[in-house]
Design a binder for this molecule. Structure first.
Ligand code: PLP
Length: 425
């Protein structure tokens, strides 16, 4: 068979792009070569609907071992008693949590998308907002989660589920406070830790498992694994809503979640991706991943400081985790223009609404900056100043094509000290 050069040439161009650019998209990272190698393997050929030991197809004895290994390692990573590694993505994991807990039309409470929340936390454009009755809390003028508003809405509306977690929020969460009001009204607390999971795994942020009934995450952000989703419980529990099996026995939360992933919302699991998840969880269990997490936080602090020194306005004034949100209104440039201009200099990030933004979500007043990917490339605190200097130069000269093309060359040569997948030639 001839090699499909059309596709592989494109893949090689993408490798080149990743090597030369400064990757600041807060949700991105670079997996290890082993994680990628595991993904491109033969379990992709295997149908394995069901769960280890309870499959609908023959020949699953080895993929059973793969999936059990992934589950066992993940349980160690987060010190939890039950995990499902089959969700194809973070959104799929969240869809399963909704399906397990909620009936259509029932109320839940989540962080507003325009304040840092995620589409799956009740956006009208998403299944979560279309199928269920979404209520939202926001952040205060200081950019911190408005816990008082959360509590007031919870008491007034009595939602069945409260979601915490975000995609563009730079501060840690008070899970205990959310659990307290949830207990008052009999709601379950669902933490979506898609972004900071890798930092939580190493004890570098508050532990949501102490207080939240259900936890979901992606595997490809700070966890540095393959693209995918996971759902976890530290303690299983009998569902309080009277959901029963056909024999009339009450179902446990883990049973409801397993059923909601398959057959509820997915078909066959991606066992090659689950193999790669197992590799990634193995890497997280190693000592070195703690150093990685600590460096992520140190780099984020250094970058925040450097931005503030240059007059940039950070929402909430700083960061506790791997990302920060910059309000560009005092710099007279929109989020859209900033993203597009930085792209020309091979600095990749995304425009982002800031809390109380007066511009449309397509334009926005802000940008989101994250350091997990550049930390994986090997950058330390001292490099953050250089990166911020590049960003500032581009944003302050956004219409000077020649200067931006000069920065692009500087970025390319700067990135040569941080090799990416040298084994790939
Ligand atoms: C990224 C993210 C998701 C969705 O992950 P996908 O894999 O893109 O579907 C869900 N929730 C939050 C908070 C996220 O940041």
């Amino acid at each position: 068979m001839q090699k499909d050069t059309q596709v592989f040439d494109l893949i090689n161009r993408e490798l080149d792009r990743q090597r030369h650019g400064i990757e600041l998209i807060a949700s991105e990272n670079f997996t290890s070569l082993q994680v990628m190698q595991a993904m491109g393997t033969v379990p992709t050929n295997k149908y394995a609907e069901g769960y280890p030991g309870k499959r609908y197809y023959g020949g699953c004895e080895i993929v059973d071992e793969i999936e059990n290994l992934a589950i066992d390692r993940l349980k160690k990573v987060f010190n939890c008693s039950w995990a499902n590694v089959q969700p194809h993505s973070g959104a799929s994991a969240n869809a399963a949590v909704f399906l397990a807990v909620m009936k259509p039309g029932e109320k839940f409470l989540g962080l507003d998308l325009s304040m840092g929340g995620h589409l799956t936390h009740g956006s009208p454009a998403n299944f979560s907002g279309k199928t269920y009755h979404a209520l939202h809390y926001g952040v205060t003028a200081d950019g911190i989660v408005d816990y008082e508003q959360l509590e007031a809405k919870a008491r007034a509306e009595k939602p069945k589920m409260i979601i915490c977690g975000a995609s563009a929020y730079s501060r840690d969460w008070d899970y205990q406070r959310i659990r307290a009001v949830a207990d008052e009204i009999g709601a379950v607390v669902f933490a979506d830790i898609a972004h900071p999971a890798g930092l939580i795994a190493k004890g570098l942020l508050n532990d949501p498992f102490d207080h939240c009934h259900i936890v979901s995450s992606t595997t490809h952000k700070t966890l540095r694994g393959p693209r995918g989703g996971i759902i976890m419980l530290r303690h299983d529990f009998e569902n309080p809503w009277g959901y029963k099996d056909p024999k009339g026995n009450p179902r446990t939360m883990s049973q409801l979640l397993d059923l909601a992933v398959f057959p509820g919302s997915q078909g066959g699991p991606l066992e090659h991706v689950i193999a790669a998840k197992a590799v990634a969880f193995g890497e997280i269990l190693e000592e070195g991943f703690t150093a990685y997490g600590q460096q992520v936080i140190a780099n984020a602090q250094a970058m925040a400081k450097s931005l503030v020194n240059r007059g940039y306005n950070l929402i909430s004034g700083g960061t506790d985790n791997h990302l920060m949100l910059i309000d560009l209104r005092n710099k007279n440039i929109t989020g859209k223009k900033a993203q597009e201009t930085l792209d020309k200099a091979h600095i990749t990030l995304n425009k982002n609404a800031v809390p109380f933004d007066d511009k449309s979500p397509f334009v926005t007043s802000g940008i989101r900056v994250g350091v997990p990917a550049i930390t994986t490339r090997g950058m330390k605190e001292s490099h953050m100043e250089t990166v911020v200097a590049f960003i500032d130069k581009v944003l302050m000269n956004a219409d000077d094509e020649q200067l931006i093309s000069g920065v692009k060359q500087e970025v390319k040569s700067f990135m040569q000290q941080f090799p990416l997948y040298p084994e790939l030639g």
